[in-house]
Write a protein that binds this ligand. Structure first.
Ligand code: PGA
Length: 252
């Protein structure tokens, strides 16, 4: 049985004190009622070490939103996979469309980051997704297939077992415009097929594929009900405990 997961992506929101308060609130909410899925929060680098002290020993997993494509050394302002791991975090988001679009992260860079993250014992939440023009031109499968192939297909099946995929249509991120449950299912089935083609049926059956893009308590249940959707990567709605908990509860 593959894992059901709800992961939050705080992006560049919340100062340290606000982040600590949110992590504590979530910890209390989940202590009262055990979630029916894995729960992960991905925070800015500066929150990680402190939030790790809050999430340790709880059901909440912790991740970063990025890491460097270099192992260590003179790369001012960068944070390495080993440094992320040393905070107590277990996950890292890579390939988010905001990193691809605003920071020029190419498939090649993401390949390096993924290798380093896995080599340092982090699990990778790898994001893929098409922009609106690509969907309108019916090129979404081609685009997503290439994103997978160009960054991940050199991994071993063992390495892939520490990767979670997140399909995030760029036109749905932060826009309030969610993909329909059918659109999500179609793409997730396509993605699983690509994984099967390169890594075999078992790897495809075991990999969790999350949906991301304006997921909220009101639409999560329908999207998660689809057979190839294994949970969500949540941006805006992860910033309020009640909303994030509402999405987690979609698995109940
Ligand atoms: P959103 O962001 O839920 O605010 O649309 C999702 C994401 O970018 O991971």
């Amino acid at each position: 049985m593959r894992k059901k997961i709800v992961a939050g992506n705080w992006k560049m929101n919340l100062n340290l004190q606000e982040g600590v308060a949110l992590a504590n609130e979530l910890k209390e909410a989940l202590a009262q009622e055990k979630p029916n899925c894995d729960v992960i929060i991905c925070t800015p680098f500066i929150h990680l070490a402190t939030v790790a002290g809050i999430t340790e020993g709880t059901v909440i997993g912790l991740g970063a939103e990025n890491c460097a494509d270099k192992e260590k050394g003179a790369y001012t302002g960068e944070v390495s996979a080993a440094q992320v791991k040393s905070t107590g975090a277990q996950y890292v988001i890579l390939g988010h469309s905001e990193r691809r679009a605003y920071y020029g992260e190419t498939a090649e860079i993401l390949k390096e980051k993924t290798k380093l993250a896995l080599a340092n014992g982090l699990k990778v939440i790898f994001c893929i997704g098409e922009v609106l023009e690509e969907r309108e031109a019916n090129k979404q499968n081609e685009v997503v297939g290439a994103q997978l192939a160009d960054s991940l297909f050199d991994l071993t099946a063992e390495e892939l077992s520490n990767v979670i995929l997140a399909y995030e249509p760029v036109w749905a991120i932060g826009t309030g415009k969610t993909a329909t449950a059918e659109q999500a299912q179609d793409m997730h089935a396509f993605i699983r097929g690509c994984i099967a083609g390169n890594f075999g049926e078992q790897a495809a059956e075991e990999i969790s594929i999350l949906y991301g893009g304006s997921c909220k308590p009101s639409n999560a249940k329908e999207i998660f009900s689809k057979p190839d959707v294994d949970g969500g990567l949540i941006g805006g709605a992860a910033l309020k405990c009640a909303d994030f908990k509402g999405i987690i509860d979609a698995w109940n």
